[in-house]
Design a protein around this ligand. Structure first.
Ligand SMILES: [Zn+2]
Ligand SMILES: [Zn+2]
Length: 220
């Protein structure tokens, strides 16, 4: 804890707003329970989400109207993503968590009401920093976990105010028409259609080359 410095105020503020009774450690415990294990990703994810929320002036796990004003974009499907979902309260099934598969340890926290958004990316050099500062710890994971706990936000993250156009169709709570694709007969929500030979078809029929699956023979 002694490595915590004054520019760590964002984290402290978010924790205070969250609930005086609970703490960073409490959030981490819950992240561990939800995720299945405690790992460097949980610590980094909790820190990243707390920083994003504090910059937006929102508490951890916002409640009521504050919960509905928040949308979070995550750019990787790794451990930290679970922690980010827990701390923000944003869930895929509620359309408040958006996944952009860019393979980056980064997330953007969007306040729809303001509107404003902040993108937070983990600094690549924080791994090397962990190795230098905590060389006395045996494992790389141990060094990272300690660094992600102790280091101030400025040494772990890059932050950037950004503009995010969350279209009406992508808002949480939006329920648009369900269109049946004339090619494959499967229902499609949220207008995820594309033109093909004069009709609107599902993305899979419009762009078979982009499918993540291809038809094959059934296993024997
Ligand atoms: Zn993990
Ligand atoms: Zn189709």
């Amino acid at each position: 804890m002694q490595a915590r410095r004054s520019n760590d105020r964002g984290r402290t503020r978010a924790i205070r707003q969250f609930n005086n009774m609970e703490s960073f450690d409490q959030l981490l415990l819950e992240a561990e329970a939800a995720h299945g294990h405690l790992c460097a990703g949980q610590i980094l994810g909790v820190r990243m989400a707390l920083l994003g929320l504090s910059r937006l002036g929102l508490a951890a796990r916002p409640q009521g109207p504050d919960r509905k004003r928040l949308v979070t974009y995550v750019e990787i499907d790794r451990c930290a993503t679970d922690a980010i979902a827990l701390v923000t309260g944003c869930r895929l099934g509620k359309r408040a968590l958006k996944f952009r598969d860019w393979g980056k340890m980064a997330a953007t926290f969007v306040d729809l009401a303001a509107p404003r958004a902040i993108r937070i990316a983990a600094l690549e050099q924080s791994r090397d920093l962990a190795d230098q500062l905590y060389a006395h710890l045996d494992t790389r994971t141990g060094r990272q976990m300690q660094a992600y706990r102790d280091l101030p936000d400025s040494r772990l993250f890059r932050e950037q105010w950004v503009s995010v156009a969350v279209g009406p169709v992508d808002l949480p709570g939006h329920s648009g028409d369900r269109i049946v694709c004339p090619r494959c007969g499967e229902g499609v929500s949220f207008g995820r259609l594309a033109p093909l030979e004069g009709e609107l078809v599902c993305l899979s029929c419009a762009h078979p080359e982009l499918r993540y699956w291809q038809p094959c023979d059934p296993p024997r």
